[in-house]
Design a protein around this ligand. Structure first.
Ligand code: HEM
Length: 567
């Protein structure tokens, strides 16, 4: 073929392609204009053609950058675009309530997580399911079991949690006493064990429990791929259509496709998702009727399923939903609650003045002196919460100071919407900047970056004299830190009571302080996330270098008693 011929043909092909491509672009522009009624997107940084704000969206310390955008555009709702997807950032509590709660029917789906759900197979965790009947069925099971305290009875997960959390916290206290330098890992182990027990009722070894270790390793992998930037396929989902290798005919061998290593790796660890969903469930079912397996989400849900399933098909579908929801308990409870506990310990290890004030409050309630001057100490229980406002304020403040999920868990819209004259297209990813809301100076004061539990306390003078109490006029951080609308965290009361009891028990028995005397805040003086905190999707201190020392003779006696009663 002559060069002229080839040129002619390629220009024919080009014009053949150009017409439909240009028509498509023009049509989608026309359709978009019609849908948006000419309204603009919420303001935001100017992007590049096609790729949009790919280079503006940060991979770490996201909440701080998004809060800065809101400030510089003078709007509590801003937007960015990444490869054609619109991302909307909500910067105020009122707008979060208006959109995510009052307009929940449009704002309750989740973004597609290609790596985690489609490649690795973790779609069993319903927290990441789209807004669908499948999600609704699993969430319903969860909420039915973990009913909020006002609606629970002895069979509910909330009641089961109340009895078990004391036991697991007591084990944790003994562990800390034995290996006071390992608190970081001990917290992980305690929360993981509690989650396994709540989900399946299985007995958990104090150390080295195989199931706890396994699900913990899965959770670490899971968190890795949820961290923005760690899965290229979540940025360019169409990559998932490319095979990871090209099979050589008549052999089992495939030639690896360059750049698709992430997919080969993902397929090689898919078994973990299957084991994550099935292992605990199967062990629990095998153990039903034996003394070692306790009441749990699985036993409760299976019993109600057996009582209500009209057909075998309905039963199998119900069992699948129970398996997913049980796996979700570990998938959502463990890392989040661990982070909250670690942050709280870190806050008090760096603020010994606050720690000592709380310990004085605990002692005044928990230490008793007999007629001979002999002092005895008891451990706190969840029933003591109202009597310990200074501790409660510190627990609230640590949730505000370093929120576990600074940008929450993204939602996705399922319909077009208009808010404050801005167009929010169907399919937008919506991020509630929880860190920014929890650092609102108008609500929490000028010193928002500091750890200062006093902001939640007031002194009330009545007939019985002055009394310290939680100030009901300051917004409780839990109304923000656990998300919004139909996707709001259904385990928030479980998380908060676990955090409170762990904090109260640890402070009753131990002193702990960072040896260096540092007092870092989540946001450092350079306006960036301090290097001692994880700047990612879930936030926590990266390490906890403090020794725990038994506080007093009474505390030592109590630990000895606890060791005897725990066998
Ligand atoms: C301090 C600890 C915790 C924090 C900060 C936290 C925070 C959150 C947040 C921000 C969300 C997303 C809400 C939204 O989409 O707007 C969420 C969802 C969820 N959380 Fe928690 N959570 C914690 C502990 C727990 C615990 C202990 C459980 C279980 C017992 C749990 C179960 C769930 C579930 C199942 C979802 C998914 C809800 C859905 O998508 O429908 N969380 N959590």
């Amino acid at each position: 073929m002559t060069p002229i011929m080839a040129g002619f043909l390629s220009s024919q092909v080009a014009s053949f392609l150009i017409v439909p491509v240009v028509s498509c672009i023009l049509y989608s522009q026309w359709a978009y204009k019609k849908r948006s009624q000419g309204l603009p997107l919420p303001p935001g940084p100017k992007g590049w053609p096609v790729i949009g704000n790919v280079f503006d969206v940060p991979l770490a310390g996201m909440a701080l950058v998004y809060a800065q955008w809101a400030k510089s555009f003078g709007s509590d709702i801003v937007s960015a675009s990444v490869l054609g997807d619109t991302i909307v950032f909500i910067d105020s509590y009122d707008t979060a309530i208006e959109l995510l709660e009052k307009r929940a029917s449009k704002y309750s789906s989740r973004p597609r997580l290609v790596m985690s759900c489609e490649v690795l197979g973790w779609d069993c965790i319903f927290a990441f399911n789209p807004y669908s009947e499948m999600w609704r069925e699993r969430r319903r099971l969860f909420v039915k079991y973990f009913r909020s305290p006002g609606h629970s009875d002895a069979t509910s997960g909330t009641a089961v949690h109340t009895s078990q959390v004391h036991e697991f916290v007591h084990r944790f206290l003994l562990d800390v006493n034995e290996t006071p330098g390992d608190a970081y890992e001990l917290v992980r182990r305690m929360i993981g064990s509690l989650a396994i027990s709540l989900a399946y009722g299985l007995p958990v070894q104090r150390k080295g429990d195989e199931l706890v270790e396994f699900v913990d390793s899965v959770a670490r992998l899971f968190l890795h791929f949820l961290t923005p930037g760690n899965a290229i396929v979540d940025v360019i989902p169409s990559l998932n259509y490319i095979p990871e290798s090209i099979p050589i005919p008549f052999t089992n061998i495939g030639i690896p496709v360059p750049g698709m290593g992430w997919k080969r790796y993902g397929k090689s660890v898919q078994w973990m998702a299957v084991k994550f969903k099935m292992e605990g469930y199967e062990r629990a079912v095998k153990g039903f009727g034996t003394e070692s397996v306790r009441p749990s989400f699985t036993s409760y849900s299976l019993a109600s399923l057996d009582a209500t399933s009209p057909t075998e098909e309905a039963r199998l579908k119900g069992v699948d939903a129970i398996q997913d929801a049980a796996a979700t308990i570990f998938g959502t409870a463990a890392d989040t609650t661990t982070s909250a506990v670690l942050t709280h310990i870190f806050a008090l290890a760096t603020h010994p003045d606050v720690r000592k004030t709380i310990q004085a409050e605990l002692d005044s309630l928990l230490v008793e002196e007999d007629n001979f001057g002999k002092r005895t100490l008891r451990l706190p229980t969840l029933e003591d919460q109202d009597k310990l406002p200074i501790l409660t304020a510190a627990v609230m403040e640590s949730q505000r100071w370093v929120p576990v999920a600074p940008i929450g868990v993204p939602h996705r819209t399922t319909e077009d919407d208009v808010y404050k004259g801005y167009f929010i297209p169907k399919g937008s990813v919506v991020i509630a900047n929880q860190w920014s809301m929890l650092n609102n100076k108008e609500e929490y004061g000028e010193d928002v970056l500091e750890f200062n539990p006093d902001r939640f306390i007031r002194t009330k003078t009545g007939s019985e004299g002055a009394r310290i109490e939680i100030n009901p006029n300051i917004r409780h951080p839990a109304t923000i830190a656990f998300g919004f609308g139909r996707r709001i965290c259904p385990g928030s009361h479980i998380a908060q009571s676990t955090l409170w009891l762990t904090a109260a028990s640890l402070l009753t028995l131990f002193d702990f302080e960072l040896p260096t005397g540092e007092r870092p805040n989540y946001v450092g003086s350079d306006g960036k996330v301090d290097k001692r905190f994880d700047p990612g999707f879930l936030c926590r201190p990266k390490e906890l270098k403090c020794e725990f020392k038994v506080r007093s003779e009474e505390a030592r006696a109590l630990l000895a008693q606890l060791a005897i009663s725990s066998g």
